[in-house]
Write a protein that binds this ligand. Structure first.
Ligand code: COA
Length: 384
C-alpha cells in the first residue's frame, strides 16, 4: 500500500491488495501458481470436467448430480439460437468492427430483448438469465465472425457439446474429438479468476442493481483492453513480428532496453508461471500430435526460456494469454476472436459473481484523493 491518510484510509492505486468483497467462488495462490474453483484445483477440472459441469460448479457452488448435469446440458442447448432481430441488428455493424465491440453491444442490447423487472429477481429468473447468456455468447461470436465476411451464420446444433458446437458454428465442420476436448479445456481454464478487472466491473455494475445484461456488457468492455483479455492477441502479433526463432533474443533485448512490456508475461497475482499457461501449453503439445508442429510455438517457448533469467527472476512469467493464442490459432480460429472466446468462457465466472453480489445490497462507492485546485474564482469569458 502506497500511502496512508488518516481521513481517507489507505491509498492503493488500482486497488492493489485491497479486499473489496467476500467471495466463495475461486481462490488463487499467486506464489505457488495454484487456482481453485469452489475449492477444486483447476488441474483436476481441466482433466476430468467439462465446461458445462464447471459452469454449474461456479454458479451453484457444488458439482451437479448426473440428473442435474443432463438437465443443464439440455437447457444450454435449448437456448443457443438467437432472435432474428438480434441477428439483423448485428448485420448493421461495420464489417471492420472488432468482435469484442460487437459482442459488448449485442449483449447490452439483449437486455432490451429479454427485459427483467427492476428489483429482486426470482430464482427462476436468475437461472434463465445465466442459461441465456452462457448459451448465446458462442452463437453471437460465431455469427458475427461469419456475417462480417458476408457469410450466413451457421445455426447451432443441439447434438453437440458447448465447445464442439462453437467450433462447428465457426467453421462449418464438426471438430475432431481432440479439437473439441482442447476447446473445452480452454473454456474451463478461462471460466473464472477471482476479482480481476472485468469481474470487478461486473460486481460494481451489479451493485447498482443494473440488469445482468448490462453487467455482462460492462465486463466484456473491461476484458477488451490489452492489459486484460486483449493480451493474447498481442502475443500472437508479437510472435508474428519476431517471425523467426533466431530473432527472439534480439527482439527481447530491444524491448527490455526500451523498458517496453512483453505481451503475455506478468500478472498482478501470479509471481510464478500461471497454472493455466502450463495447462494450455500441454494442450498445444497434444494438438501438434494431430495437426503437426508450428514455428510460432518454437518462438514462444524461446521467449519464455530467454526471459526466465531477467523477467522471471522478478516474478514476471508467462500468464494465461501466453499460450492460449497459439492453441486457438492451431484450432483455425482468427486472432481477433481470442478475446471473445475468453468472454464466452468467463461469462460463467462473471455470472457467478453477479449472483453472489445479488446477496449484498451495498453499492460500490470508493473515494479519491483530490489533487486539483480549490476555491478559484470564475473568470467571465471576455476577461480570459
Ligand atoms: N514485460 C516486461 N516487463 C514487465 C512486464 C512485461 N510483460 N510486466 C511487468 N513488467 C515489469 C514492469 O515494467 C515493472 O518494472 P519496474 O519495476 O522496473 O518498473 C515490473 O515488472 C512490475 O510491473 P507492474 O506493471 O507493476 O506489474 P503489474 O502487476 O501492475 O502488472 C500486468 C501486471 C499484467 C499489467 C503486466 O505484467 C503487463 O502489462 N503484462 C503484459 C500484458 C499482459 O500479458 N496482460 C495479461 C494479463 S493476464
Amino acid at each position: 500500500m502506497d500511502e496512508k491518510d488518516q481521513s481517507i484510509g489507505y491509498y492503493s492505486p488500482g486497488l492493489a491488495g485491497i479486499p473489496v468483497t467476500k467471495s466463495a467462488i475461486s481462490s488463487v495462490d499467486g506464489k505457488v501458481g495454484h487456482l481453485e474453483y469452489r475449492g477444486i484445483n483447476i488441474e483436476q477440472l481441466a482433466e476430468q470436467s467439462t465446461f458445462e459441469e464447471t459452469s454449474f460448479l461456479l454458479l451453484y457452488g457444488r458439482l451437479p448430480s448426473q440428473q442435474e448435469l443432463m438437465e443443464a446440458h439440455e437447457k444450454l442447448r435449448h437456448h443457443r439460437r438467437i432472435k432474428f432481430r438480434i441477428r439483423d441488428m448485428m448485420k448493421c455493424f461495420p464489417e471492420s468492427a472488432h468482435p469484442m465491440d460487437s459482442l459488448q453491444t449485442t449483449v447490452a442490447a439483449m437486455g432490451m430483448f429479454y427485459p427483467l423487472p427492476h428489483g429482486q429477481l426470482t430464482a427462476e429468473q436468475i437461472r434463465s438469465v445465466c442459461l441465456n447468456l452462457m448459451s448465446k455468447l458462442p452463437t453471437l461470436v460465431a455469427a458475427h465472425s461469419r456475417m462480417r465476411k458476408g457469410d450466413d451464420p451457421i445455426p447451432p446444433r443441439d447434438d453437440l457439446s458447448h465447445a464442439a458446437n462453437f467450433l462447428y458454428m465457426l467453421n462449418g465442420d464438426e471438430p475432431t474429438p481432440l479439437m473439441e476436448r482442447i476447446m473445452d479445456v480452454a473454456l474451463i481454464v478461462h471460466a473464472e479468476h477471482t476479482l480481476n478487472a472485468s469481474t470487478f466491473s461486473t460486481i460494481v455494475t451489479a451493485s447498482t442493481l443494473a440488469d445482468p445484461y448490462t453487467c455482462i456488457s460492462a465486463a466484456i468492455g473491461s476484458l477488451s483492453g490489452p492489459l486484460h483479455g486483449g493480451a493474447n492477441e498481442d502475443v500472437l502479433r508479437m510472435l508474428d513480428e519476431i517471425g523467426d526463432v533466431n530473432r527472439a533474443e534480439s527482439y527481447l533485448n530491444e524491448k527490455l532496453a526500451k523498458k517496453e512490456k512483453i505481451a503475455g508475461l506478468g500478472h498482478r497475482i501470479y509471481k510464478t508461471k500461471d497454472p493455466r499457461a502450463v495447462l494450455l501449453q500441454k494442450l498445444y503439445v497434444q494438438l501438434t500430435q494431430e495437426m503437426g508442429e508450428d514455428p510460432t510455438y518454437e518462438i514462444a517457448s524461446r521467449i519464455e526460456e530467454l526471459s526466465r533469467s531477467t523477467l522471471g527472476a522478478k516474478g514476471i512469467c508467462p500468464n494465461v494469454d501466453f499460450y492460449s493464442g497459439i492453441v486457438y490459432r492451431k484450432l483455425g480460429i482468427p486472432t481477433d476472436l481470442f478475446t471473445p472466446i475468453f468472454a464466452m468462457a468467463r461469462v460463467s465466472g462473471w455470472l457467478a459473481h453477479w449472483k453472489e453480489q445479488l446477496g449484498s445490497s451495498r453499492i460500490y462507492r470508493p473515494t479519491q484523493i483530490y489533487v486539483g485546485d480549490k476555491g478559484l474564482t470564475y473568470i467571465p469569458m471576455k476577461e480570459r
